[in-house]
Write a protein that binds this ligand. Structure first.
Ligand code: NAD
Ligand code: UDP
Length: 314
């Protein structure tokens, strides 16, 4: 049994990770300031005597004795991370410094949840880890993209200078139950709109692509990455290489929900990446990992979740 700290533990991904780690027999501490996370995501875990919950902001130092740290604290949806860009940068950068300082002091292993956004609007397709990216440093997405890029830099420097045992994963668009219904991400938006028979809001002409990964596949990848030997630090892409246009996603969701929704086109936000698809050769080789859940199966579970949520909330 390990003692494991999960920052952002009350968020969409963090809550799934906490649940899986508890099921695997570990002691888990969730640290969260509830900016985008919700207690309802973890309330079902509260009865577990090996689960502990701490309200704390990662921009402030934090001390605890643990074996492993998963650093997930950071708003992830464009609507939320753009709400207060300065705070988003602070969370990524100061959060990384505080967690790396903690890991150094207590000799814990620390995993950074980085993102495909470090590739920006990529000119290499699919994206391999060796690609340096194409990021606008002063655009509306830069608080998130550049914050995550600096966090990767900090992780590598703490590793090389201070021998901190680090792991970096670059997560591609992930969806599933417990996504925040108002976070504006495409999968949650389209499912909720379809279930309510409202127009589906497509930004641009819908020809931009994304690769959608179901949350359980990501959690498997995270745990496999943490378990690798100290000599493999990443970064490694964790995503589903299935690539779909946003219009295809909308059409799939309309069909699966039997919705009467129509497509409604809106301007494309600036710097919105036109294409995104992970090359997962490295993850296959180093982690023996690849996604197991296809889009239809994952969407079906997510639709069930939002259907129940909408019925509960009237
Ligand atoms: P989320 O917004 O649901 O979860 C983030 C959690 O971090 C929330 O519980 C929030 O309250 C907490 N948080 C935010 N700022 C904090 C702070 N200063 N101190 C303490 N807690 C704070 O988002 P998510 O989708 O679960 O993403 C989790 C992590 O995974 C993020 O680091 C994100 O960048 C990364 N990621 C997610 C995706 C995705 O598709 N979901 C893709 C790439 C990377
Ligand atoms: N998008 C859309 N309609 C929406 C929400 C998002 O067409 O209601 C588009 C968005 O412009 C982007 C893609 O869907 O091209 C994915 O958006 P999301 O915010 O989920 O993630 P990210 O852009 O960070 O990949």
């Amino acid at each position: 049994m390990k003692r494991i700290l999960v920052t952002g533990g009350a968020g969409f991904l963090g809550s799934h990770l906490c649940e899986r780690l508890l099921n695997d027999g570990h002691e888990v501490i969730s640290l969260d300031n509830y900016f985008t996370g919700q207690k309802r995501n973890i309330v079902h875990l509260m009865d577990n005597r090996y689960f502990e919950v701490i309200r704390h902001d990662v921009t402030m130092p934090f001390f605890i004795e643990v074996d492993e740290i998963y650093n997930l604290a950071c708003p992830a949806s464009p609507v939320h991370y753009q709400y207060n860009g300065i705070k988003t940068v602070k969370t990524s950068v100061m959060g990384a410094i505080n967690m790396l300082g903690l890991a150094k002091r207590i000799k814990a292993k620390v995993l950074q949840s980085s993102t495909s956004e470090v590739y920006g609007d990529p000119q290499v397709h699919p994206q391999t880890e060796s690609y340096w990216g194409h990021v606008n440093p002063i655009g509306i997405r830069s608080c998130y993209d550049e914050g995550k890029r600096v966090a990767e830099t900090l992780f590598m420097n703490y590793h090389h200078q201070n021998d901190v045992r680090i792991k970096i994963i670059r997560i591609f668009n992930t969806y599933g139950p417990r996504m925040h219904p108002n976070d504006g991400r495409v999968v949650s938006n389209f499912i909720i709109q379809a279930l309510k028979n409202q127009n589906i809001t497509i930004f641009g002409d819908g020809s931009q692509t994304r690769s959608f990964q179901y949350v359980d596949d990501l959690v498997n990848g995270m745990i496999k990455m943490m378990a690798t030997g100290d000599d493999f630090v990443g970064p490694v892409n964790i995503g589903n290489p299935g690539e779909f246009t946003i219009k295809e996603l909308a059409e799939n969701i309309i069909e699966m929900t039997g919705s009467k929704s129509k497509l409604e086109f809106h301007p494309l936000p600036s710097d919105d990446p036109l294409q995104r698809k992970p090359d997962i050769t490295l993850a296959k080789e180093k982690l023996n990992w690849e996604p197991a859940i296809n889009l239809e199966e994952g969407l079906s579970k997510t639709i069930t979740f939002f259907d129940k949520l909408l019925k509960e909330n009237g």
